[in-house]
Design a protein around this ligand. Structure first.
Ligand SMILES: Cc1cc2nc3c(=O)[nH]c(=O)nc-3n(C[C@H](O)[C@H](O)[C@H](O)COP(=O)(O)OP(=O)(O)OC[C@H]3O[C@@H](n4cnc5c(N)ncnc54)[C@H](O)[C@@H]3O)c2cc1C
Length: 386
């Protein structure tokens, strides 16, 4: 009875952004979350290698790609990493940064973050409709009609938080863009990001499984595009690992990668050490498996070997694609939304999370966008926008 008269909000997608909206709005609205999977937060539970890297203390628009950097900056300014931590801790738990500023739940369990959302939704009376794929959204009077597998509902406002195209096994195959297109929205070209790089297999032959702390430099037509330091993991078809993921948003097929396999040591110091080592010049310098492959490529030429350690070349042929990507580059243009991420084409329709044309670097930036965009939307729906 007490809920009578409250604004009814339908949230399409029970991922990080949709659940955050639901919790943020639950005190002042009647919220229903429609989730096509049999449970909410499936992708959230898999984040950060299962540890849940929810945000980063080094926060700002410079870590994001979008069609409207100023809007991203404004939204992050109003809901930064500390707000994310405060929001999550208001539901329970402790969230702590590691030495690189990546914030995780103290228990290092992403699924526990999903549990926190699910528990809070239950406590606050949010209706979680799982196994419920939204097939059609339409304007109906002053509100909306939401058609799903099990029937139809109405709502005063709709938040489209149905994710992008990355990792379709979590329910995000890009089909939800059609719900926005029906209102006249466009979708930019989409490409996979934060994903393993595919390279000419001859370059990585014999290296599969070797992990090494490295610096990657990306070159296009001989010009340096960017450089990332971190772990590189050689795979059968290319390179993975933290540094490869972080450089993937910038990569195009045909680019060259130079991997510095010993970034903290100069070539001169390396040559000096190799001269002392005799027959096994890279012993204790790089992993043995890597040393063997490098030695084969240079047939005993010590200078060539040192150069290879400092600039191991790879030709990028592409990425492993959406199935292996963590995030979608592209989506609904921010310019089709107002400052609160409400559609400029349909009053009462809002967007939050990865469905928008915003993607962040690796390190907690995408979940931060999910939470910050949810906050922008919720503030407006709740009527608190000044
Ligand atoms: C393996 C992996 C690890 C990651 N690790 C990190 C990390 O550590 N830190 C970080 O910041 N980011 C990470 N990310 C990225 C991050 O998880 C996403 O950017 C974020 O979850 C996006 O939130 P979202 O709510 O917009 O979309 P999602 O979390 O994708 O949720 C969208 C939901 O909508 C549902 N849905 C889709 N269509 C419909 C429909 N028609 N009807 C009803 N429901 C629908 C989907 O089933 C899905 O549950 C990772 C991603 C992956 C795949």
């Amino acid at each position: 009875m007490m809920d009578e008269g409250k604004k009814r909000v339908a949230v399409v997608g029970g991922g990080a952004a949709g659940l955050a909206c639901a919790v943020m709005l639950a005190d002042c609205c009647r919220v229903t979350v429609f989730e096509r999977n049999d449970r909410v937060g499936k992708k959230l539970s898999a984040t950060g290698n299962g540890q849940g890297n929810v945000t980063n203390t080094d926060m700002g628009p410079q870590h994001y790609f979008s069609d409207d950097g100023e809007k991203v900056a404004a939204i992050l300014l109003r809901f930064g990493w500390r707000d994310t931590v405060a929001f999550l801790e208001s539901m329970g738990g402790i969230f702590l940064p590691d030495a690189r500023g990546r914030v995780y739940p103290a228990g290092r369990q992403a699924s526990a973050v999903t549990d926190l959302f699910r528990k809070t939704c239950m406590e606050k009376g949010v209706c979680l409709m799982t196994g419920c794929r939204v097939e059609l959204l339409q304007k109906s009077g002053h509100g909306f009609m939401i058609r799903h597998g099990g029937g139809e509902e109405t709502a005063d406002a709709v938040v489209l938080a149905a994710g992008g195209m990355a990792a379709p096994n979590f329910g995000t195959d890009g089909s939800a863009y059609a719900l926005a297109r029906d209102f006249g929205h466009t979708v930019t070209a989409c490409t996979p990001s934060l994903v393993q790089l595919r390279c000419d297999p001859r370059c990585v032959r014999g290296l599969k499984g070797i992990r090494n702390a490295s610096a990657l430099t990306l070159l296009r037509a001989g010009r340096e595009i960017c450089r990332m330091e971190g772990d590189v993991l050689f795979t059968e078809s290319g390179v993975s690992g933290d540094a490869a993921f972080r450089i993937s948003p910038y990569v195009r097929a045909g680019d060259e990668l130079k991997i510095d396999l010993l970034p903290s040591v100069t070539e001169e110091r390396l040559l000096h050490a190799m001269a002392r080592a005799g027959d096994d010049p890279l012993l204790c310098i790089v992993p043995n498996g890597l040393a063997r492959v490098l030695a084969r490529k240079t047939s005993g030429d010590v200078r060539a070997l040192a150069r290879l350690v400092k600039a191991f070349p790879l030709t990028v042929t592409g990425t492993l694609g959406f199935s292996y990507a963590q995030v979608t580059k592209g989506g609904i243009p921010l310019q089709e939304t107002d400052a609160s991420l409400m559609s400029r084409l349909c009053r009462g329709l809002y967007f939050a999370g990865e469905i928008l044309n915003v993607d962040g670097e690796c390190g907690g930036y995408n979940l931060q966008w999910a939470f910050a965009s949810a906050a922008a939307v919720s503030r407006k729906i709740a009527g608190g926008e000044r």
